[in-house]
Design a protein around this ligand. Structure first.
Ligand code: GDP
Ligand code: MG
Length: 454
């Protein structure tokens, strides 16, 4: 049997009220032992009860409201008591202290949610969404978390698994009753389109999960280019504050400077980098190396060129490096004489934006381009049901690989009982996404990241 746990669920500080949450078999009895008012053991479930918390000498600690919620219709499926105390550090801590002295154990971070999962009330995706909900900073993040808490995201996975069960049982009937006429004969020819369909659906979920990642984490954006083209000026113009140092001395930005803006509710995490060039200066060279790494890892590259400077050979190399990424080519300093000619580089017109950052011209057009490039308008309005965390996405990627192997096996006429075994394994692997099977270590790691009292 689980012990009874307690924790402060509200942020500790000064506020109107604080909530201390207790869950477990003895929660009502323990709270009742420090409560003066009605006998909490006798009150109805899901009621709020007025009274006082008292210590062993009968002294009043605080005037409180106590919610009684009896198992099983509670967050953890156990008896839960929530004590609303006056907000403030002293009363809240004192009540918690009394609970611990009277038989509760201090909950670990995320332990209430962990219990909800272990007791079968929510699955792993839903549990993760609780944290996403708490962490959400934009409205679309919140809506994505709501859909995941309500099981919409889990359904994506459940539907795949149900269809796999169908396939597995078809094969089984065939193996077990080969003489049974009513059963469709499962041949590799029949199986190939079914497996192919699974593959396509997994691919679609994975493709859309990129949207989920963007909603949750934002678009990792890097500003790159040679020294002095106006990269730091661009960061400052975008975030509308003078964060990065701007000078006319090439090589000023040696380390990265970060900023964040919201475009239509989607976060852009922007990194201004050290200008890329060959340099003798050791510190600057390290910065250049770092710039290239950041460029590699970003979702969007803003490649800045100087209109007032002739084209250098390294521009072509850099363009090659980013050709598979989302990138825009920004020609800055159009207020100055044109010396740059990029007609030989064959950059799609769509990707080129002309700017004069110093005059704040072209910035709005840049934002508009980013909205188009990432389909942000659609992300904002569409019902956002996506996988969004690295854990589930990486499991699904593995499953896709295994489905592809099954398809290959079918084409090579592998015996159907071997195919069946492979599908069963994928079915189990998919189940780890919403936690139908899980490993203890993973759970510990996951719930450790939760807040206390959740
Ligand atoms: N004329 C002109 N100068 C600019 C413009 N944008 C930036 N600069 C100047 O170019 C120099 C280098 O800018 P900075 O942002 O530090 O370039 P970075 O080395 O690429 O980060 C500074 O003196 C800026 O004031 C522009 O649109 N027009
Ligand atoms: Mg700079």
């Amino acid at each position: 049997m689980n012990d009874t746990i307690a924790a402060i669920s509200t942020a500790l500080g000064i506020g109107a009220i604080s909530i201390i949450r207790v869950s477990g078999e003895d929660s009502i009895e323990i709270v009742n032992s420090i409560f003066k008012g009605k006998d909490l053991k006798k009150v109805d479930s899901h009621t709020i009860n007025y009274g006082h918390i008292i210590n062993e000498n009968g002294e009043i600690i605080d005037e409180v409201l106590v919610s009684i919620m009896r198992a099983p219709k509670t967050f953890t499926t156990e008896d839960i008591v929530e004590i609303n105390t006056h907000g403030g550090i002293a009363p809240t801590n004192k009540v918690l202290e009394l609970l611990l002295e009277n038989g509760c154990r201090l909950a670990e971070p995320g332990e209430f949610t962990k219990r909800a999962f272990l007791n079968g009330r929510i699955d792993l995706l839903e549990a993760e969404a609780v944290m996403d909900m708490i962490d959400s900073k934009t409205d679309v993040q919140r809506r994505m978390a709501v859909n995941q808490i309500n099981g919409k995201t889990s359904n994506l996975i459940n539907e795949l698994r149900n269809d796999m069960i169908q396939i597995i049982s078809n094969i089984n009937v065939n193996i077990d009753y080969p003489e049974y006429d009513d059963v469709e004969m499962i041949t590799n020819d029949i199986m190939i389109p079914k497996i192919n369909n699974l593959k396509q659906r997994i691919e679609k979920i994975l493709k859309e999960s990129e949207n989920g990642k963007i909603i949750k984490e934002g678009i990792a954006t890097s500003i790159i280019g040679r020294p002095n083209v106006g990269k730091s000026s661009l960061l400052n113009a975008l975030i509308e504050e003078d964060k990065a140092i701007v000078t006319d001395i090439a090589g000023t930005t040696r380390d990265i400077v970060e900023g964040q803006i919201k475009i239509n509710g989607i976060l852009l995490n922007i990194i201004d980098t050290a200008g890329i060039r060959d340099t003798e200066d050791k510190v600057e060279a390290l910065g250049v190396e770092k710039s290239l790494k950041i460029m590699e890892q970003s979702d969007l590259v803003l490649f800045v060129l100087n209109n007032n400077e002739e084209l250098t050979t390294d521009v072509e190399d850099l363009l090659k490096q980013i050709k598979d990424k989302n990138y825009l080519v920004l020609i800055n300093k159009i207020d100055l004489e044109k010396k740059l000619d990029i007609s030989d580089l064959k950059i799609e017109k769509d990707r080129i934006i002309k700017l004069s950052i110093i005059n704040n011209s072209g910035i709005d057009e840049l934002k508009e381009k980013i909205i188009q490039l990432f389909n942000i308008e659609r992300l904002e309005t569409k019902d956002p049901t996506y996988l969004s965390n690295t854990r589930s996405i990486s499991i699904l990627k593995k499953c896709l690989k295994h489905v592809e192997e099954v398809e290959e096996g079918l084409k090579n006429n592998l015996p159907i009982d071997m195919i069946e075994l492979d599908i069963k394994n994928i079915w189990e692997e998919l189940g780890t996404i919403n936690g139908t099977s899980y490993d203890e270590e993973l759970l510990d790691e996951m719930f450790k990241r939760f807040c206390l009292g959740k």
